[in-house]
Design a binder for this molecule. Sequence first.
Ligand code: ATP
Ligand code: MG
Length: 445
Amino acid sequence: MRDLERRVWVATFAAVLLFAVFEVLKTILFPNISLTNSHIMTVIVAGVTTFFVSRYALSRYGEALKLVERQTVMTEETNRLLSAVLATMREGVLIVDSQMRILLYNDAAARIMRLPSGELSPSSSPLYSAPQSSRPPRLVDATRDPAINAAFRSAVEDRTAVETRVETADREARSFQLNVAPLSRDLAVGVFFDISQLERLERVRREFFANLSHELRTPLTAILAYAETLMGGAIDDVENNARFIEKLYKHAARMNELISDISDLAAIESGKVKLATGPVRLRSVVSEVIALAEARHSDCGIAFSVSVPDDLFVMADLTRLEQILYNLIDNAIKFNKSGGSVTITAKEEGSTVRIDVEDTGAGIADADLPRVFERLYRADKSRSRKIEGTGLGLAIVKHLVQAHGGEVYAASEPGRGSRFTFTLPSAKGHPQRETNSPALSGAEK
Ligand code: ATP
Ligand code: MG
């Protein structure tokens, strides 16, 4: 625009100059011209010059208008793009001014703080900015968290970038890393990165190693103690030496079992275990696994009830399916009450088969329920320690079911029992064969 103004001034000046030159030339060339003719000539030349200057100015103005139009379209396009990016971002974004008023935020930020979403749609304004009509919300009204307020204030006032960790105390507590940076014109932009999942994984990893060292130390301490006793002379104690060696063996076997479970789990998780899937008659596998589990818990006194249609086939790796069922049934017996029962039901649901293993045990507390599939996690530590196990069974079940393309989940009513449900692809439409389980030697875990 400034350029256009300058050009028009230059053109006007040139026209005045031209006009002056014309006047001089007129006096030299036509010294005797009458006043009327002189005026007529002046009017004609002035008219022609004004016409050309105006035309020039108008054409320049038209070009400038087109440029402005193009720029407006581009700005709108950029704003739309920015709005779309902001709206789809998982990170919360928030811009405040020097008065700590929120000028702009996206949906993710609205979910983190008490800010209206929806009404500020990207189509109604270029970004999720506060409507012109209403006063922008204040940061302190959106969140009372002193850490968030302090971070923005320090970015606005001290013009320094701030990095801090904040937590939301709503239904599901979530933690965020908040990065606030100063922007031009006394503004500051804050970005909230959700780090809850990362922190959860980190906690699971820490607990896994703590549990692992505990699980290994217990049998190892016993092995060392028995070995020392034997070396200290008990080897010649004919009455007790066999018993000590038996204990030594039992603890070494437990360690061996734990380590082979962990490497099995690692192999399943990394996808190294290849599944030999085929149609498997579910009912026969359930019956055989129950027989094996009953033999292992000979005096458990648990009643079994099976409701699995005879003609129900699933697409599964037979040995791995036995392993899944054994772990669930083993738990349903171990964590049951005396005289309790275990019910196994299966039914086809579209292209999948849903299998439920239900027990009448003590159940699982709400806080433990989402964690029972974690490696080495044992709910109700004091009770679980009395019951044999390492806490790997369900982790193995979860990964095996997922490797089959199914899902597994648990539900429980503390004090009344638990239900573990998993799904497998149905073998409907595949040529079916009768499966005869091998000796189920590897069924445990
Ligand atoms: P492992 O299976 O390695 O022998 P475990 O049975 O203790 O040991 P998981 O099968 O992984 O380990 O189960 C994890 C925890 O979940 C158990 O320690 C127990 O606290 C809880 N749990 C599992 N199944 C049940 C159930 N049917 N009823 C109540 N609690 C259960
Ligand atoms: Mg188990």
